[in-house]
Design a protein. Structure first.
Length: 413
């Protein structure tokens, strides 16, 4: 039992597994890096996807696979935007990862110009036979905030140089990252973008759960058969229902692993099976705690707009809605109540309130490709179960008239 438990925990801790459904993107990234490593071609690209969708795991998996299969050696440089807050810090980190310690003894790493000159000479001083360098810029959008974007410009410029075999891969969750780059930086960038979105549907999400709890080493074991049986939608089994609520709330695989980690920790010789009660307890606790804390800390306006969204969802069978529809629903309530409530908020306040709900993932945009649509008309849907929402609202400090309005939503369910 201990060996099985360790295998499951190792799978949960692993940061180099290929995310399910990302095989095509992984192959594109691998081909791009191999063209740099084997053929000396300069390349650059962006890997874009929401947080927790598996971007870092995909990159780690690809790098490990290339190291095992590729005969040609290469240098791997990893930079994180949270750690390298300035170009000077980033250059210092690049120098430390690329060069032996003895070469850095006489180099003043505190000098931006000196370090840049040294790195440019190092990268461009050997022709086609130079050892290739792969740069991974994690949290790429943070590098665009550096003064004049010198680092990005020089890296992209080098990637277009025939004498410098380097590949630059930016990893970010910002869909609008191209708009953050200066014109001169864009002119040196290849404009190649790879997108991943996490599990595309609930069936894919369930396959992720199964792959985590049933690693390849024990895929045909009795444990794996029990897990698959437990995850099936059988009568009286609420696990699938709770997992679907987590999926609708957040498709973040890291959060899923955090939940499953504690379920795996509970396994021991006295309880060698996947306990349904423990599973449900962990899932229910996760859902209620995270959503409840966020909603209870919200303003009256945000809660009122959330109630209006719940009423629209209940009345129209969970169909998408937009801000105009939400404001109209709220105006009807304010008009009915008269002077008991504050005046109707202006649109800017309402837009900011909705943006916060989206940021908290209580409300989701129907699609990420609505950039040209005005904010008031972007389609969205409620990401919280209406019954759970009403129970949380009941515990919030809201006027009695708002509470009655909220509870009247249940008549539509």
């Amino acid at each position: 039992m201990r060996a099985l438990k360790e295998l499951v925990l190792d799978e949960l801790r692993a940061a180099d597994r290929l995310p399910i459904g990302c095989e095509a993107v992984q192959q594109q990234l691998q081909d791009l890096l191999l063209s740099t490593i084997n053929s000396g071609e300069g390349n650059s690209c962006l890997l874009i996807g929401p947080r927790g969708s598996g971007k870092s795991s995909l990159v780690n998996y690809t790098i490990d696979k290339i190291r095992k299969e590729c005969i040609t050696s290469f240098v791997f440089v990893y930079l994180n935007g949270y750690v390298c807050e300035t170009d000077q810090q980033a250059l210092r980190e690049i120098a430390k990862q690329m060069c032996p310690a003895e070469k850095l003894e006489n180099l003043n790493l505190n000098s931006f110009s000196g370090t840049m000159t040294f790195l440019l000479e190092t990268l461009s001083s050997g022709g086609k036979d130079n050892q290739s360098v792969v740069f991974i810029l994690d949290e790429f959008d943070l590098f665009t905030q550096h003064h004049n974007q010198h680092l990005l410009y020089n890296l992209f410029d080098l990637s277009q140089s025939k004498s410098t075999p380097i590949a630059v891969v930016g990893v970010t969750c910002r869909q609008d990252v191209m708009e953050l780059m200066e014109k001169r930086v864009k002119s040196r960038f290849s404009h190649r973008q790879l997108h991943i979105y996490g599990p595309e549907n609930f069936e894919s999400y369930m396959r992720v759960v199964e792959s985590i709890l049933c690693p390849a080493e024990i895929a045909s074991s009795t444990w794996a058969k029990e897990v698959r049986s437990t995850l099936e939608d059988t009568e009286g089994n609420n696990i699938k229902k709770y997992l679907e609520r987590i999926y609708n709330f957040s498709r973040n695989i890291k959060e899923l692993k955090n939940i499953l980690f504690w379920i795996a920790v509970d396994l021991d010789s006295a309880q060698p099976h996947l306990n349904i009660e423990t599973f449900e307890e962990r899932l229910v606790g996760y859902f209620k705690d995270s959503v409840s804390v966020m909603i209870r800390s919200m303003s009256k306006l945000e809660c009122s707009l959330l109630i209006a969204m719940a009423r629209l969802s209940a009345r129209h069978a969970n169909q998408p809605f937009n801000l105009e529809m939400v404001l109209y629903e709220y105006k009807e309530f304010v008009t009915f109540e008269g002077s008991k409530l504050n005046a109707i908020p202006n649109r800017d306040l309402a837009v900011r309130a909705v943006e916060k709900l989206v940021q908290c993932q209580i409300v989701r945009n129907l699609s990420t490709r609505q950039g040209k649509v005005q904010k008031e008309y972007r389609q969205m849907y409620l990401n919280v179960d209406i019954m759970d929402l009403m129970n949380i609202i009941k515990a919030c400090n809201l006027p009695s008239s708002v509470q009655k309005w909220a509870q009247s939503t249940l008549m539509f369910t």
